[in-house]
Design a protein around this ligand. Structure first.
Ligand code: FAD
Length: 408
């Protein structure tokens, strides 16, 4: 049986950031990353790829190129946990032992939840920014659109980057305007959730953006079926009495954000909470039952909006506390729930929603957080990707303090 001091499950945003930061702070530490994929993606740029303004190739690196020097890459998937024996089971039949475990396998995209979706995704005008396999087809659909019904969906929570389903609707509207086809286009945004955004302070500015673009917003409408041949999407909605009804919506373009949930091997494990997520303390990121286990990112129970920006603030907390745990010291680092969602509202303008636990708005820079600016577009398209590859994934911390700000 193989064994490493620290085993990290997932070579995504959280796994690589934690590995790099651990080795930067403690060179020589025996760290292994378990990752089945040969690629690592900068997913936040998928929105821009779908909008035809960013190359998919620029979102991707070979996994070997992002694994930090000194870490061991184990190319396999974890299938089960044995936390009482400090070991995980791999899909190649091996077991991997550890002293400390970091669990960061991300969120599961549950395409199968919508009847007929898998059979038609990538054709018949049915596209999605949520997968590198389907994101380029989004742009084909937007650019080839000549008018008719353009429909955009968002599942009920949980989902990663809760702003992403809206962003592509605004880019589409802007693109149709530039093509001069706005007058014969109908744009509708159907959300399975009960609000346009989780933080109430951002709802009015986003409602204004939707209105400006002529995007009709329909809340509490959950996509349940897609008929690609007939080009009809079916949504389930509830009236005030809780009575469920189904509505059919014909489409010419359908951008789907898939339903999402915790990965099965997590939700079926001893590490999970009732919702299926790795059950950690919301401040320290340490597991509530197994002190040598930590979790962060989309698969964790941290009660904040699931983004790469959140991982940026979680990773240093996990790393400091994990090293303290190794050293037998008290865990002092605390995560405040920081997360951020750059809301692309036009080609050339972005509003950045930054907030901590309880929806307290905390802009990093002294700018109006509810204003769309060209500067934030440059941040989103150019500065954040460069920062991601050069600073975050190499474990260099970047801690501009943000001040909580009253939103009332
Ligand atoms: P991931 O980065 O998804 O990594 C998980 C890794 O675990 C993957 O490499 C996977 O292959 C691996 N894995 C899975 N199963 C196993 C297993 N069984 N064993 C071992 N490894 C496994 N965030 C922002 O901050 N800003 C944005 O603007 C933004 N926009 C987004 C737009 C879109 C369309 C999408 C899809 C995401 C967006 N995000 C954004 C969200 C962001 O990408 C995620 O929140 C972030 O990547 C989470 O990091 P993670 O490490 O938890 O998961």
């Amino acid at each position: 049986n193989r064994r490493h001091q620290v085993v990290i499950i997932g070579g995504g945003t959280a796994g690589i950031t934690v590995a790099a930061s651990l080795l930067r702070r403690r060179p020589g530490l025996d760290v292994a990353i378990v990752e089945p994929s040969g690629q690592h993606y900068y997913q936040p740029a998928f929105t821009l790829v779908g909008g035809g303004t960013y190359a998919l190739d620029n979102t991707r690196r070979a996994i070997r190129d992002v694994v930090p020097k000194g870490a061991t890459l184990v190319q396999a998937a974890v299938t089960a946990f044995d936390p009482d024996e400090n070991a995980v089971q791999l899909d190649d039949g091996q077991r991997l032992g550890y002293s400390q475990l970091v669990v960061a396998p991300g969120i599961k995209l549950d395409w199968g939840r919508v009847e007929g979706l898998e059979a038609t995704l990538g054709k018949n005008g049915v596209c999605s920014n949520y997968s590198p396999e389907t994101v380029r087809y989004t742009w084909q659909c937007l650019d080839g659109f000549t008018g008719g019904n353009a429909i955009f969906t968002q599942p009920p929570p949980p989902l990663k980057c809760a702003g992403a389903p809206q962003k592509i609707a605004y880019l589409a509207a802007d693109h149709f305007k530039q093509k001069g086809i706005s007058n014969n286009s109908t744009l509708k945004f159907y959300s399975g959730g009960g609000a346009l955004f989780s933080v109430p302070a951002f709802v009015p500015p986003l409602e204004r953006v939707a209105k400006r673009h002529g995007v009709e917003v329909l809340l509490s409408h959950d996509l349940v079926a897609v008929d690609g041949e007939r080009k009809v999407a079916t949504f389930e909605t509830q009236n005030a009495e809780g009575e469920k009804t189904r509505v059919e919506q014909p489409f010419d373009l359908l951008h789907v954000t898939p339903h999402q949930c915790a990965p099965d091997f997590i939700s079926q494990s001893a590490l999970a909470n009732a919702g299926g997520w790795v059950e950690v303390d919301k401040g320290t990121t340490q597991h509530v039952r197994y002190p040598n286990v930590f979790s962060l990112g989309d698969a964790s129970s941290l009660p904040t909006s699931k983004t790469a920006a959140a991982v940026r603030k979680q990773a240093p907390v996990t790393v400091k506390n994990l090293l303290a745990e190794i050293d037998g010291k008290a865990l002092t680092a605390q995560y405040d729930g920081y997360t951020s969602c750059p809301l692309v509202t036009d080609y050339g303008r972005v509003m950045i929603a930054e907030f901590i636990y309880d929806g307290v708005v905390t802009p990093t820079l002294p700018l109006d957080p509810f204003k769309e600016t060209r500067f934030y577009w440059v941040v989103k398209k150019h500065l954040l990707p460069a920062f991601y590859w050069k600073q975050m994934l190499t474990g260099r911390e970047w801690d501009i303090a943000h001040k909580p700000r009253k939103t009332s």
